[in-house]
Design a protein around this ligand. Structure first.
Ligand SMILES: Cc1cc2nc3c(=O)[nH]c(=O)nc-3n(C[C@H](O)[C@H](O)[C@H](O)COP(=O)(O)OP(=O)(O)OC[C@H]3O[C@@H](n4cnc5c(N)ncnc54)[C@H](O)[C@@H]3O)c2cc1C
Length: 399
């Protein structure tokens, strides 16, 4: 029994949830990703799993994107504690005000990421912030279906493959269901991430208590990976040079299906799309605004447009041309990550080498790489910011 080609499987877990015979259990493979394990003695070959699998049916109900924005939440505290501009929290707050529930991804006690449900802003805290490993969706689809059938207002946020799987599972676009997909680089290996934490725990001689992938105290465009330990110590490194962060951002440790992701394109699958805004319109924003974080928000259909109008007093939004947003984001242009060979090499070594050797080889960039990176344009944001800051201060001084 084959549900989908293994290189297409996104690990969305919909097949496990749809199987009424308990024949499918999600298990971690030797690369550290969730895959379906089939118990052939229980399988009745009903093909429900094949039909629900988003790798087998690829159609978005949306037409062209209606509008797109560089935007942020007017609630500065919430914005700073989010990955980009805090728009997820604004959408969630609107849902709660209308007695709805929100589904998003949270760490569990063993630092696996799982989708969970929040009924209020306190519960939402765990769902905030990007976690760059795959979120487990086991048993989540039936929960959402139950909420929808009870007529609840529901917001689901996840990777586009998860949003697509959700629609396949439900088989119906409930009026009160709102979905938001993320512009997604890809998901990193849970197995490797947990191994990295184990390595750090040994070195720091203490248990990990908190992980933040995009800490913004040095600015939104200089995200830092922060890992806190029970003994009060902390690992802090620029995300692109950090343990796990380096191999993830270079796409070595991402899931195979993410390399040529079918969802890294338009039209989108969710009513909304959220991402990190990094376009040039940047330089027209005040330095402090850039530091606090800016989201890309795509309004993909009329359902989203109506909500956008309702939340418009809670956000600052600058309209940006859709084509411009698409051209500045590889993950909307349908471009593959072009690192298949390096990825396969990474995982071949991951399976045979000690985690310390993998970290030394793939997660400790050389000085030359750091120098090249600084001059590669990725830091241009900071140079432009600096110029902007000087101009801004001079203008303020003159006036
Ligand atoms: C794995 C991953 C890769 C991403 N890659 C890009 C990218 O290449 N380019 C880009 O522009 N933006 C990317 N993003 C999106 C971006 O980092 C922010 O999540 C988005 O801008 C929303 O930020 P926010 O400030 O509005 O809210 P936040 O509070 O930061 O919201 C984060 C949202 O993402 C959800 N989420 C977190 N982790 C996961 C996960 N593992 N799986 C599914 N959902 C999750 C949370 O539940 C929450 O809804 C990525 C996000 C993730 C999770």
């Amino acid at each position: 029994m084959v549900i989908a080609r293994s290189s297409y499987c996104t690990g969305c877990c919909a097949c496990g949830d749809v199987c009424r015979f308990g024949a499918i259990t999600m298990v971690y493979d030797d690369e550290g990703f969730l895959v379906p394990g089939i118990n052939t003695s229980k399988c009745v070959k009903c093909n429900q799993c094949v039909n629900v699998c988003p790798a087998n049916s690829f159609t978005s109900k949306n037409d062209n994107i209606i509008s797109s924005y560089a935007c942020w939440s007017n609630d500065t505290e919430s914005r700073i504690s989010s990955s980009s501009g805090g728009i997820f929290s604004v959408l969630a707050s609107w849902i709660f005000q209308n007695n709805g529930v929100v589904y998003g991804a949270a760490f569990d006690e063993s630092f696996h990421v799982k989708h969970g449900r929040a009924e209020n802003m306190n519960e939402l805290e765990l769902l905030k912030k990007s976690k760059y490993i795959q979120s487990e969706m086991i048993s989540v689809y039936p929960m959402i279906k139950k909420d929808c059938e009870q007529g609840k207002l529901v917001l689901f946020v996840g990777t586009p493959c998860q949003v697509s799987a959700l629609y396949n599972y439900l088989g119906y676009d409930y009026e009160k269901l709102y979905t938001c997909d993320l512009i997604c680089h890809g998901v990193g290996s849970t197995g490797y991430f947990v191994d990295c934490l184990g390595y750090l725990q040994k070195n720091f001689k203490s248990k990990v208590t908190e992980v933040v992938f995009r800490e913004k105290s040095k600015g939104y465009n200089k995200p830092h990976l922060i890992i806190r330990f029970e003994n009060g110590r902390m690992y802090k490194q620029f995300l692109y040079y950090s343990i796990f962060g380096h191999s993830f951002t270079k796409s070595f440790s991402v899931r195979k299906s993410c390399i040529e992701c079918k969802y890294a394109t338009v039209p989108r699958f969710g009513n909304f799309t959220l991402g990190d805004y990094s376009g040039k319109v940047y330089v027209n924003f005040n330095f402090n605004e850039i530091k606090r974080g800016i989201s890309t928000l795509l309004i993909n259909n009329m359902k989203a447009q109506l909500v956008f109008e309702e939340i418009s007093d809670k956000i600052f939004a600058k309209k940006v041309d859709v084509d411009y947003i698409i051209t500045t984001s590889n993950r909307l242009k349908g471009i593959s990550l072009k690192t298949l060979e390096e990825r396969d090499e990474f995982f071949a070594e991951y399976k045979s080498l000690d985690v310390k050797e993998i970290i030394q080889k793939y997660d400790m960039p050389s000085r030359e790489e750091i120098r090249n990176f600084k001059y590669s344009g990725k830091w241009n944001g900071s140079v432009l910011q600096l110029i902007h800051k000087i101009v801004y201060r001079v203008k303020r001084h003159i006036s």
